[in-house]
Design a protein around this ligand. Structure first.
Ligand SMILES: Cc1cc2nc3c(=O)[nH]c(=O)nc-3n(C[C@H](O)[C@H](O)[C@H](O)COP(=O)(O)O)c2cc1C
Length: 172
């Protein structure tokens, strides 16, 4: 039996270094998800001291760079995605289809497939008033993405709503 795969993607928003692992990655792993973790290059640098602890939650490598064309794909295609936290920068790129790093590449493909996806937007007040921001959120929501702005608990709740088909008893 294969466990459902969750693409867990993170970008560089403040506080991620304190809550990503204990607040989100560990609960998701406990729920039974097989985690395919991909980081933006900036947050990979921020999380460098705890990359080993993140990697210990999954049998799949934690990614932040693209593979060479001659290398096999390190991750299987995930059943669902969580993008948390999502910066203004990465939300803009995702809505426009810009895949200039591995995290945005995998999210862009998932959006194209309309894979179940929860995005935890973490933007400051000034950032949220950027004239393009509301349009970028609308693009994501129109594609079926659940955009939330609370915390990791809200992500866990929304994921259960958008990916109910991922019945864990299929691998129990
Ligand atoms: C300490 C710190 C906290 C930050 N917090 C946020 C944040 O909450 N939201 C945000 O959109 N950008 C935040 N930024 C800015 C992003 O890190 C920056 O735009 C970066 O280029 C985002 O890269 P990424 O989207 O590729 O991870 C923060 C930067 C620093 C240094």
């Amino acid at each position: 039996m294969t466990r459902p795969v969750l693409g867990l993607v993170a970008s560089a928003a403040g506080g991620v270094e304190t809550w990503l692992r204990p607040g989100l990655a560990e609960p998701l792993a406990r729920q039974g998800w097989r985690l395919a973790i991909t980081l933006t290059p900036t947050v990979a640098r921020w999380l460098e001291p705890q990359l080993g602890e993140l990697a210990a939650l999954t049998d799949l490598p934690v990614r932040w760079t693209s593979r060479l064309p001659t290398e096999p794909k390190p991750h299987p295609v995930p059943d669902a995605f969580v993008f948390a936290p999502a910066t203004l920068n990465s939300i803009a790129k995702l809505s426009l289809g810009i895949g200039d790093n591995q995290a945005l590449t995998v999210l862009g493909e998932a959006l194209g497939r309309r894979a179940p996806m929860v995005v935890l937007a973490q933007v400051g007040a000034d950032q949220s008033h950027h004239p393009a921001y509301s349009g970028h959120l609308a693009v994501l929501r129109d594609a079926g993405v659940a955009v939330v702005s609370g915390g990791p608990e809200e992500v866990l709740e929304e994921l259960a709503a958008v990916a109910p088909f991922v019945a864990f008893d299929k691998w129990a």
